[in-house]
Design a protein around this ligand. Structure first.
Ligand code: F6R
Length: 366
């Protein structure tokens, strides 16, 4: 059932191009316009919205962070992202003018379900992005956007994450259209770029040998630090979580600008730092953060985009680049090398990749 792959996680990473295509294509017409029957709100209701709250746990929460950046950019409406297990305990500001989007691969996560119920009780319109048809969350939400990632067996989420991010792009773009926030041509341009992502993910998978070698040289590490700014900060958090949950290497993700406010004290000669730098406007700032960590002896692996690779070589020990795309869409690509890196670290360290200790695929207790 692993289709010749050594682990489900590896198989599922390889299924990402298809998962992205399956989530995207049925929602586009021949002119690349987004069809989204899943969103039942009328343009009037949408115009009346004051804010959006995304609720989720773990990896799905990281997808929510990317979704916030995208929706705020496309729709110009404030978006909050809340960890579901925190949401209910602070009497959140939610009313009929709030749209709540619960993001959950399994659709069974207890905290996410409870948060969705609370929001619904307070009068919000509740929507879910989920991967499991008929799951509890899908049954209780008013609108359901299914990610068509197919069954995800490995505990560590990969293809579901990427399709959650895709879902939030599509929801954001559709809302931008309905609220007339963006000209149609601009939306179509982004959609065209979305359609390129599956083959670009495939290109990264085809170059994974380099990441495997890199991981094999880092298996002695006890700690890792992931840094990035903006969208790269969110991807850094996802990469860091992936590393710790399957390889058991302690790892921390910090917004790069926050480093010198404390965490940099932990750096020593040879400490592993993964620096994410895919965002053109933030590139110089990232390079200066990388210089800071290198000056303390850190071993820096940089993830950037192809057009910046050459430049980046001066600032990192190793550079891995992903194909160029629009800055806002880069999280779909830049997460892939991080998934592969944590996978190969876990394999090399002899960990049970698909079933990490102490973890369950869906967390049904609060
Ligand atoms: C990490 C991971 C978890 C889940 C989290 C939420 O790889 O898979 O962090 O993302 O438990 O699960 P769902 O999305 O099923 O609500």
């Amino acid at each position: 059932e692993k289709g010749g792959y050594e682990h489900f996680m590896l198989k599922e990473m390889y299924e990402q191009p298809k998962a992205v295509r399956d989530t995207l294509m049925p929602r586009l017409d021949d002119e690349n316009r987004i069809l989204l029957d899943e969103l039942s709100l009328t343009p009037e209701q949408l115009n009346h919205l004051k804010k959006i709250i995304i609720i989720a746990c773990g990896t799905a929460w990281h997808a929510g962070l990317v979704g916030k950046a995208a929706i705020e950019k496309f729709v110009r409406i404030p978006v909050e992202v809340e960890i579901a297990s925190e949401f209910r305990y602070r009497d959140p500001f939610v009313d009929e003018r709030t749209l709540v989007i619960a993001v959950s691969q399994s659709g069974e996560t207890a905290d996410t379900l409870a948060a969705l119920r609370e929001a619904k009780m307070k009068g919000a319109h509740v929507m879910t992005v989920t991967n499991v048809v008929g799951s509890r969350i899908s049954r209780e939400a008013q609108d359901v956007f299914y990610t068509w990632a197919g069954p995800e067996i490995a505990v560590a989420s990969t293809k579901a994450y990427i399709t959650q991010v895709m879902a939030l792009y599509l929801i954001g773009l559709k809302m931008a259209e309905l609220r007339a926030q963006m000209p149609q041509e601009e939306i179509t341009k982004i959609v065209q770029e979305l359609k390129e992502l599956p083959s670009k993910i495939q290109q990264i998978l085809d170059h994974q040998e380099k990441i495997k070698e890199l991981a094999n040289k880092q298996i002695h590490q006890h700690h890792a630090f992931y840094i990035g700014r903006g969208l790269d900060d969110y991807t850094a958090r996802e990469g860091s979580l992936k590393l710790k949950e399957i390889s058991y290497v302690h790892s921390e993700a910090i917004a790069a600008g926050e480093l010198k406010h404390g965490t940099i004290a932990l750096l020593e000669k040879g400490t592993l730092v993964v620096a994410m730098a895919t965002q053109e406007p933030l590139y110089d700032k990232m390079v200066s953060n990388m210089k800071e960590v290198k000056a303390r002896g850190a071993y820096v692996i940089a993830v950037t985009k192809a057009s910046l690779e050459k430049e980046m070589q001066q600032s990192a020990d190793v550079v891995f680049s992903v194909p160029d795309t629009l800055d806002i869409l880069s999280p779909v690509l830049s997460v892939v090398p991080l998934q592969l890196f944590s996978y190969y670290m876990a394999v090399a360290r002899g960990a049970d990749v698909d079933k990490p200790k102490n973890l369950a695929k869906s967390v049904t207790v609060e």
